[in-house]
Design a protein around this ligand. Sequence first.
Ligand SMILES: [Zn+2]
Length: 515
Amino acid sequence: MQSLGGLPGVKKIHRSHAIFSALGTFAAVATILACAPTPARAPSTADDAPGYDAADMLARAIRIATVNPPGDEAPLARLFVELLRDAGVEAELVETPAAGSRVGRAAAWGRLRGRGRRPAIVLLSHLDVVPANPQEWSVDPFAGERVGEYVVGRGAIDAKGVAVVHLLAVAELARRGVALDRDVIFLSTPDEELGGELGAGYLVRERKDLLRDAGYLLTEGGGVLVRDEGEATVWGVAITEKSPCWLRLESRGTPGHSSVPGRDAAVPRLIAALYRVQNQEAPVRVIPAVAAMFAALAPLAPEEDRPGFANLASSLELDPAFRARFLSNLQYAALVRNTVTPTVLEGSPRTNVVPAVATAQLDARLLPGESCTHYSDQLRTVLADPGITIERILHFSSESSSADTPLFRAIERVAARTDPESLVVPRVLAGFTDAHYFRAQGITAYGFVPRWYSVDDLRSVHGPDERVSVANLERGVATLIAILKELDRVEASETGGRGDGVDLHFSQAPGPVDR
Ligand SMILES: [Zn+2]
């Protein structure tokens, strides 16, 4: 999952605001653990208890270091393929471009056959993780330590824990010989943390056969937010995400001795340009998916904000007090504006040397429907310095999936059955996942992993002491199985039981909804 974006900025604000900000960024963070006590109620199919040991499997996965770069994901993919085969599931180790990896890169793929009546569903996770500095951790981040009821380690949440929940659900269905109306495809890919071009992007382009008949996909990006005792939990299901527009600025000037700095020195010119970028006021734009998200959240908003949440676009335009409150929250503001921030800076290697070149990298995140080309053209005006060049490092457009689908309704039904007070919310992510590669193929893709987390849990993603409770993992497996079964029931009831063995080639699945 890409970037925690501004979470640390969450100040001590009104409790429900904190929760909304978490919801706003959960997107940016992915799927999360539950420090909050996982309420005892689990889907009422007691025999969904997994045969495999979740804690052991996750610990083994964490011990296989897959920090990206270089990734080195092949050994972990091999482990998952073995576990799938041991459970009687057809599986394949899919080699992917090595790109500097010493031990090789690969994805793990498995397909649990169903009755072939309905579009297959993909359970997508990623194998790679971001770096971890042991000094900041209370345990070795790559030892897969068990601390009380938790498994602690890099990737416990993002996203090796996701892969374990997916794998255990598939293995459990196979172990019990459950034939669903559709195939379930397990897919765990490399390279997500660097944009997925060498992982999910590569597979969607080069190995379409792996995704035959796929019409649905579940991946990281959403989950169940546990709030204070007695308050409704929020099941956040991500239906779209902002897209990255990563740019590299290069400023050139006359090099020389810094005791007599020239007027066109590269570093000061770059700093001046970055200052202009930092101080531009990005226009507010409320896309339908964001309006729907906040309208769904309105019942949980502070009294004075409910009307504003319910009618976001007009309230931001016509109600200055609400607008000020809303935009003062970084996570909310990031969902109604393009954002940009300089992250990487390079200048002179020596204090007393004026360099010929200075560079900066910008992480811009665009609202769905915006193009990076158009954005960087606009930025050229803001930079107001023809001597600075702009190069695009990473960008892709983001599609949206509809919330009006049998899969969304299946999640709603399971939420209502296991958590009657809960609220299911279609969400927009400020960060991005690999879901966009699949949405671009017309697959309905949601960011949702049934795991329970509290606001405070978010901070461990890409941070120190990332951990997940074993109970949370096991409850996630049981809930995922319940959702897969419920999807069959929903589709059967909505199509009058007609399953007619639809042979959907994955590019023929219903197209993306709103652009
Ligand atoms: Zn992730």
